[in-house]
Structures are given as C-alpha cells and as structure tokens.
Design a binder for this molecule. Structure first.
Ligand SMILES: Nc1ncnc2c1ncn2[C@@H]1O[C@H](COP(=O)(O)OP(=O)(O)OP(=O)(O)O)[C@@H](O)[C@H]1O
Length: 600
C-alpha cells in the first residue's frame, strides 16, 4: 500500500475541482455564479444606504430617493432569489459528483489486492476515506463549499478594501493584523480536530463492526446460546462512549479558542468604531460616510475573519482529501510484473519454488522456502493440523497474496506474469467459509444475473452436488430466493446443503484447476464420501487440490502432502504414507474408526 505525505492545499483543491468538473461541469458553473452573487450583495448594502442618507441629509429630491430605494430592493430581492435557486441546483450537481466518488470507493474495496482487506491500516484508511465522502462539513463536500465561500470572501474583501482604503490605510493594516490572530486560533483548533480524526475513524469502525454483528442473523444462534448479547452491547456502548469523549474534547477546544477570538474581536471593533466616531465628531466625514464606513468595517472584519477561518478549514480539508486520494489510488494488483501474458493451454503443471511468506504484522513466517510440484492431472491432498498453512498455500496459489520471495510457476511461467483476472478464470474454488447471498438459488450458483446464467448448467451442477431432490422440493425451483433478508419467501438451507451449493458453484464455473478447501466439513461422513466420489469423476483430467481434515478425501488422491508448521514433512500416496508410519499414519489411525463406518 502506498501513501503520500501531506503537502500544499492546492493539489487537493485541484483534485476536488477537476473531479467535480469531470463528473458535472454544472456543479462548478452554478457555484461560481452563486459566488459572484454572494460577493456582490454586501456592497449594495453599503453603497445604497450611503446614497440614500446623503440624499436625505442633502438635496432631498423625492424622485431620486424613491429611485434609490426601489433599485436597492429590486436588485437585492432578485440577487437573493437567484442565489438560493442556483445554490439548490449546484447542491444537486455536487451530490451527483459525491455519489460517483462513493462508487469509486466501493469499487476500490471490491478490486483492491485481497491482502489489504485483512490489513487494519487499510481498513482505517477505508473508513477515513468514507467519512471524507459522507461528511458535509469535512472532506470532499467540505473542501468544495469552503473553496467557493473563500472565493466569495476574496471578492468581497477586494471591494471592502477599496472602500476602507479611501479612509485610512492604517485601519486596514490594524484590521488585518488582529484578524491574523483569529486565523492562528482557528487553525490550531482545526489541527486539534484532525489529530483526533484517526482515533475517531478507528472507533467508528469498531462501532460499525459491533452493530453489524448485532444485526447479522448468522450470529443469532451463538449470540443467544452463549449470552453474548450483553458483551456486544457493552463493547458497542464503550466505543460510542470513547467516541463521545473525543468529540467533547474537540468541542471544548473549539469553545476555548472561540472565546479568545471574541475578546480579540471586541478589542478590534471598539478601536475602529471609536476612530470613526472621532472623525464624525470633528466633521471630517458625513453621516452617510459614517454609516458606510461602519458597515464596511463590520463587513470587512466579518469577511476577513471568514476568509481566515475558511483558509484554516481548507488546510485541514487538505488532510482529508489527501487521505481520500491515497485510498483511491492504492494500486490494484501492484505485484503484477507489467506483462499480461496469455494463459498457456492445459494440461497444467504447478510448481512452488522456494516460496517464503509471512503475514503482515506477524513475526513467524508461514512458509520458509517451500518447494513442491503438482504435475498435470494430479489430484493432490494437503493435510495437516490447524494453522499448518494449508489455506495460506491456496491463497498464494490463487494470488490473493503474493510470496515474499520465491516463485509460483504455471507451466514454467511465474504466475505474476498473467493478469489476475485472466488467471482467476482457471480456478473453481470452494473455500471453508460459506457465503450464501440473498439472491436466487440460480444466481448463487452462477454468480451472474438471471439472464446471463445458463439454467441447464445450473440444474446439472446442483444435481452433481447432490441437491436435485432439494431443488425439486422448492416451489420456485432454482428461482427460489435464498435467505429471508430481502424476501419473505426466502429459504434457509442447512449447513451441509449450503456446502453442496458452494460445490455446485465451483462445478458451474468449470475451471481448469479445482481447489476444495475443507468444503465438506458440514456434511456427514457418508455424504462426504459420496460427494468426493462424484467430484472425483467430474474432475476428469483436471488438476485438483483438496484440503481436508477428514482423510476420507485423501484416498482419491495421487499425492498427499502432510504439512507441519509451514513445512512439507511427508509426501506420497495414501498407502505409501501409511507404510511410513509417520504423522499421516498417526492421524489416519485416530480417524480410522470413523472411516470404517463410511467405507461400509
Ligand atoms: N490474515 C491473516 N493474518 C495474519 N495471520 C494469519 C492470517 N491468516 C492466517 N494466519 C496465520 O497463518 C498461519 C497459517 O494459517 P492457515 O489458515 O493457512 O492454516 P490452515 O492450515 O489452513 O489451518 P486450518 O486447518 O485451521 O484451516 C496460522 O498461524 C494463522 O494464525
């Protein structure tokens, strides 16, 4: 995973504006127009009252007076109306852009290297990027709004400067210096907030996880039987409480900073208004000028303070946007060697050459220079105790993880040289974990939409996986919705039936390399024996890897690897390993009683 360090704010502004322009040009056009209208309105409120008061205290011409009042109201009413109207249109367009970004975030999660999905650093980055997109005040929307607010502020600032500049340049310098102090305070508060953002993301992730478990009915049985609900509620509340504590610390920091700012402001405005009163009393300005300057000074202070706050806000938004960009730019398939060789034709020989691998954050390697060959058409069984490294071996072969060193070869070519999407077409895999989707049975088997699926092949795969009777008992057949999450008519299969459905999924895909990672743990021994016999026939000439704790599967295999702590300690056929009287034999003897039953 690559991250970039936080630099200037401009790249983030450019990123937000160019992304918005690409997805919706109108978002920029509407907001720019709103900016001009917003910047213009305060001047009307400065200039019109001055001209009206000067007219009242000077020539007192009724026509001129009525004209000025009417113009002021008409212009202000229309400007206000259009600003509101365009703001609504602009917001709709901005949401369009944000949804596109959320889509990119989701796509990144589905396509990023698998190893990231088990990496807490990535998971935090993901949460932070999500918050950058979902929050209105911070992140993408925060920067977008603040940028245009800042721009409107700058335009208004130039206008005020020309008005107050006519009075005294010293007043401008004084205002700028004192407002600079407010900026410093605001920046400090924002930095404090961002410093705690990482902790907030982490707590949010935990809170979401607990909440997901509480709502996920697949945990329902365990939660009830083990009275786990109170623990979950406690953990959920704890993460909420910790979050609240951090948020109230941030609010307190803001409160102190804002209080100090008010004192600075009182001091600043007291001095400037006192000076204007002095000029009026000594008749150096008219009453119209007095009104114009006091309004301009109040406006100038407000605008400059707004700009300072917006700039401070922009600088912290930069951190959010950098986080978002870093997340979206995490490269997919970064270990690809740049070439996408076409896949060779079968039959396939697979070779592990001195492969070493350690999970990120672990001290112990799972494999240290492991080597073995799987010749074409071979049925290979990998057996061994829990944690020996069997699943990791499959993850490396299927490129969900990359070896730290060594090579995995397919017909003599390093598998890194094939595009992952091409390479994955070779595999029909059944993993330990069962993932039933709240889609129809047919879609669960084909993992394609109904109209892209081949119904005959679905029936055939279900039949081969031993589910034809079950399907016949369903009113809607293969169109039956699975689970009740989205459909009241949904059906729940038993654990063993779900595993058979996973086997049907693998059969439907019809890959050249079959991998079964303990796919039958939930089916009974006789059914397992029958399933393996059937599967064995169906595999035909294809290469197959079986991982199983039950040694009934291994007897079908041409070769068995017995793994211990990431090493292959024994290799051979079932009979060879029994004769060797080693660990495999021991394991087999322990299970022997059990198999005698199934063999009968
Ligand atoms: N995502 C992961 N992050 C860190 N360590 C992991 C991860 N997955 C597995 N491990 C560790 O790697 C080692 C090998 O695990 P692996 O799942 O490959 O074993 P296994 O032989 O398939 O075990 P089992 O028979 O229980 O399924 C174990 O020590 C495990 O704790």
């Amino acid at each position: 995973m690559r991250t970039k360090s936080v630099t200037s704010t401009w790249p983030s502004i450019r990123y937000v504006l160019s992304t918005s322009w690409n997805y919706s040009k109108r978002s920029i056009i509407y907001y720019s127009t709103v900016t001009l209208l917003t910047a213009m309105q305060p001047f009307l409120l400065i200039l019109f009252p001055k001209f009206i008061i000067d007219e009242l205290t000077g020539q007192q011409r009724p026509q001129q007076f009525i004209l000025l009042i009417s113009l002021m109201f008409i212009i202000l009413t229309f400007a206000g109306y259009f600003t509101g109207y365009l703001q609504n249109l602009g917001l709709t367009q901005l949401m369009k852009v944000v949804f596109k970004q959320i889509h990119a975030h989701t796509a990144q999660n589905m396509n990023v290297d698998f190893k990231n999905t088990e990496d807490p650093v990535y998971l935090n980055q993901m949460e932070q990027a999500k918050r950058s997109l979902q929050s209105v005040q911070n992140g993408f929307q925060g920067l977008f709004h603040t940028f245009f607010a800042c721009l409107a502020g700058f335009l208004a600032f130039i206008g005020y400067l020309t008005v107050i500049g006519r009075l005294n340049l010293g007043v401008i310098v004084f205002l700028i210096v004192s407002i600079g102090c407010s900026y410093g305070l605001s920046l400090r508060a924002k930095r404090y907030e961002y410093k705690h953002e990482q902790q907030l993301s982490e707590l949010e992730r935990k809170k979401k996880y607990y909440s997901d478990i509480m709502q996920d009915f697949t945990f329902g049985k365990e939660i009830r039987i083990n009275s786990f609900n109170s623990t979950l509620v406690f953990l959920y509340n704890l993460s909420v409480q910790n979050r609240q504590e951090i948020q109230s610390a941030i609010s307190n920091f803001y409160f102190k900073s804002d209080s100090l700012d008010i004192v600075i402001r009182l001091f600043r405005e007291g001095i400037v208004y006192g000076y204007l009163a002095y000029l009026y009393v000594h008749q150096r300005i008219t009453i119209g000028d007095f009104v114009m300057y006091t309004t301009a000074v109040a406006g100038f202070s407000g605008v400059l303070q707004g700009i300072m706050k917006d700039l401070a806000h922009l600088r912290t938004q930069n951190l959010y946007i950098e986080g978002l960009r870093n997340f979206l730019e995490i490269e997919q398939g970064e270990q690809d060697e740049g070439t996408s060789l076409p896949l060779p034709k079968g039959p396939y020989t697979i070779e592990f050459r001195k492969v070493s691998f350690t999970y990120l954050g672990n001290n112990q390697p799972v494999f240290n220079k492991i080597s073995f060959i799987i010749p074409p058409h071979q049925r290979l069984a990998i057996v061994g105790h829990n944690g020996a490294g069997k699943t990791t071996l499959i993850k490396l072969l299927s490129r969900l993880y990359e070896p730290d060193s060594g090579e995995i070869m397919l017909n003599g070519i390093n598998i890194k040289r094939f595009a992952k999407t091409d390479f994955w077409k070779l595999f029909s895999t059944v993993f330990q974990e069962i993932h039933v989707l709240a889609f129809s049975l047919a879609e669960n088997v084909s993992l394609r939409e109904q109209n892209e699926s081949d119904s005959l092949r679905i029936y055939d795969s279900l039949e081969k996986a031993g589910l034809s009777e079950k399907v016949a008992s369903l009113k809607l057949g293969i169109l039956t919705p699975m689970q009740k999450l989205l459909d009241d008519e949904g059906v729940e299969f038993s654990g063993g039936e779900n595993q058979r459905m996973m086997l049907a999924r693998a059969l439907y895909k019809n890959g050249e390399l079959i991998i079964l990672d303990e796919p039958t743990a939930a089916v009974d021994a006789i059914a397992e024996f029958n399933l393996y016999t059937k599967f064995n026939e169906m595999i035909g000439e294809r290469t197959a890897l079986y991982i199983s704790h039950r040694l009934s599967s291994t007897r079908f295999c041409d070769q068995i690897l017995y793994m211990e702590q990431g090493e292959i300690s024994e290799a051979g056929t079932h009979n060879e390993l029994l004769e060797r009287s080693g660990k495999y034999n021991q394991m087999y003897q322990i299970q022997a009683q059990y198999y005698k039953g199934s063999e009968a």
